[in-house]
Design a protein around this ligand. Structure first.
Ligand SMILES: Nc1ncnc2c1ncn2[C@@H]1O[C@H](COP(=O)(O)OP(=O)(O)O)[C@@H](O)[C@H]1O
Ligand SMILES: [Mg+2]
Length: 146
């Protein structure tokens, strides 16, 4: 398990970039955390690390944004997904194994995650710029945070 304390939004983006550098192309990264936790900021860093230089924002209404980079990236926002039928309709199951899947509001679809999913919990703290990351399911973590 990795614990990482981010002191500002840039450090969160940098963490996303570092994690991008160890991805093989079909990982599922499931993020947990409230509004404003930094899920989109982390995803922006990750996409940038994979060579995607355009805008990254929460796909709250679109549900999924696709970014074409070193790997295809499927960026989901599950905020409005409240049933398994909803999830099925997003095409989520078709995207698995076709690219890197990054999920905001994984709380809503936790039943659909398998054991291989990389779980990223982001918590706010008393300091408004500090976020505590807890990451499970990622190997080689010494190299990532170093
Ligand atoms: N350490 C930090 N990491 C990430 N975001 C931070 C941090 N400190 C402050 N922020 C701010 O918190 C907000 C995070 O927004 P965003 O990434 O859209 O969150 P989410 O997608 O989880 O709702 C941004 O306004 C960002 O500037
Ligand atoms: Mg977001």
């Amino acid at each position: 398990m990795i614990r990482f304390v981010s002191e500002n939004v840039n450090q969160t983006e940098e963490l996303g970039k570092k994690i991008a550098s160890v991805l093989k192309g079909t990982e599922v990264l499931a993020m947990f955390g409230d509004l404003g936790a930094g899920k989109t900021a982390f995803t922006r860093g990750l996409a940038s690390g994979l060579g995607f230089k355009c805008g990254v924002s929460s796909p709250t209404f679109a549900i999924v944004n696709e970014y074409s980079a070193k790997f295809n990236i499927y960026h989901f926002d599950m905020y409005r997904i409240t049933s398994e039928d909803d999830l099925y309709s997003t095409g989520f199951y078709d995207y698995l194994d076709n690219g890197v899947i990054v999920i905001e509001w994984s709380e809503n679809i936790e039943y659909a995650l398998d054991d291989k999913a990389i779980r990223i919990k982001i918590e706010k703290s008393d300091d408004e710029n500090v976020r505590i990351f807890t990451i499970e399911g990622l190997d080689d973590y010494e190299n990532i945070i170093a």
